[in-house]
Design a protein around this ligand. Structure first.
Ligand code: UDP
Length: 240
C-alpha cells in the first residue's frame, strides 16, 4: 500500500514486506527499481517536481530514516516502519546467497566497492558478487557495459541522490540481466567500514550529528534540510 508523505508515494511496509517485494522483483521479467529517500532527499524532492516524479515511478519507495517517519506522524498518516536503505541491502544479502543471485556493486570511491564486497561475503556466506566498479566513471556507457559484462541479477547503485536515481531510470532498458536495482547512497562506504563513527560518549549523548558536522562543515546546508522538511510537514498539517 502506498502512503503519500509530502508528495512522495512511500510503500507503507515493514522490513519483511520490503524484502518480500524485493524477491518479487527478482522473480520478475524487467529491471525493478528501488529508491530509499531519507528526509534530506525527500526535502529536495518536495522542491523539484521532476525528481519527485522520478522517485514516484520506482517499484519500491522505502522510507530511509527517522525524519520521514516523523513527518508522516506529524501529518497524522503514520508509516508502519522505517526501512533504511543500508538495512534493506544488508537483509537482502542472505536472500541473494540462498537464491544464487549475482550481485554487482556500482559506486563510491575506487576500492570501496571491493572492500564492501569482502565484508558482504562475510555477512552472507555464499554470496556471489559478480563485479564492482567505482562511481567516478567518465561516461555512463562505460559503466553500463562493465555491468552488462558481469551479467548481474541485482545491482546496488551508490552514486548519491539524485545521480543514482537518474542513472537507474535512464538506463534500466539497457540492463538486460538486472531484475532488482537499488539506489543506496553512501551504503558501500558503510559496508566497507569507511564511515568513521563518533566517540562512544558522543553517540551516547545523541551528538553523532555534531561530530559529523565538525569533521565536515560543508554538511551544514545538507543537514538543515531535515528541520526544513519537518517544518514543511507541520505547515502541511496546518493547511489540512
Ligand atoms: N559518489 C559516487 N560518484 C559520484 C558522486 C558520489 O560514487 O559522482 C558516491 C560517494 O563516494 C558516496 C556516495 O556516492 O559513497 C554518496 O554518499 P552520500 O552519503 O553523499 O549520499 P546519500 O546517501 O546522502 O545519497
Amino acid at each position: 500500500m502506498k502512503l503519500d508523505v509530502l508528495g512522495l508515494q512511500f510503500d507503507n511496509v515493514t522490513m519483511e514486506e520490503a524484502l518480500a517485494a524485493g524477491e518479487r522483483l527478482l522473480d520478475g521479467d524487467r529491471p525493478g527499481i528501488v529508491v530509499t529517500p531519507n528526509a534530506e532527499i525527500a526535502y529536495e524532492a518536495s522542491k523539484d517536481a521532476d525528481f519527485r516524479d522520478l522517485l514516484n515511478q520506482a517499484d519500491l519507495l522505502l522510507p530511509d530514516g527517522a525524519g520521514v517517519v516523523l513527518a508522516a506522524k506529524i501529518l497524522r498518516t503514520p508509516l508502519r516502519s522505517k526501512v533504511a536503505g543500508i538495512d534493506f541491502a544488508a537483509n537482502l544479502l542472505p536472500i541473494f546467497a540462498r537464491r544464487g543471485t549475482r550481485l554487482y556493486l556500482l559506486g563510491s570511491k575506487p576500492g570501496v566497492a571491493e572492500a564492501a564486497a569482502e565484508k558482504m561475503k562475510v555477512l552472507a556466506p555464499g554470496l556471489i558478487v559478480c563485479g564492482t566498479h567505482d562511481g567516478y566513471f567518465q561516461t555512463d556507457d562505460a559503466a553500463i557495459s562493465a555491468v552488462n559484462d558481469a551479467a548481474p541479477d541485482a545491482l546496488f547503485v551508490c552514486l548519491g541522490a539524485p545521480k543514482q536515481e537518474k542513472f537507474m531510470f535512464a538506463h534500466r532498458g539497457e540492463l538486460a540481466t538486472v531484475r532488482l536495482m537499488a539506489g543506496l547512497g553512501g551504503s558501500l562506504d558503510g559496508f566497507a567500514g569507511n564511515v568513521k563513527r563518533a566517540p562512544k560518549w558522543m553517540i551516547r549523548l545523541q551528538l553523532e550529528w555534531l561530530y559529523r558536522l565538525v569533521k565536515e562543515p560543508k554538511r551544514l546546508g545538507r543537514m538543515m534540510r531535515l528541520p526544513k522538511y519537518i517544518l514543511l510537514a507541520f505547515r502541511a498539517r496546518r493547511k489540512g
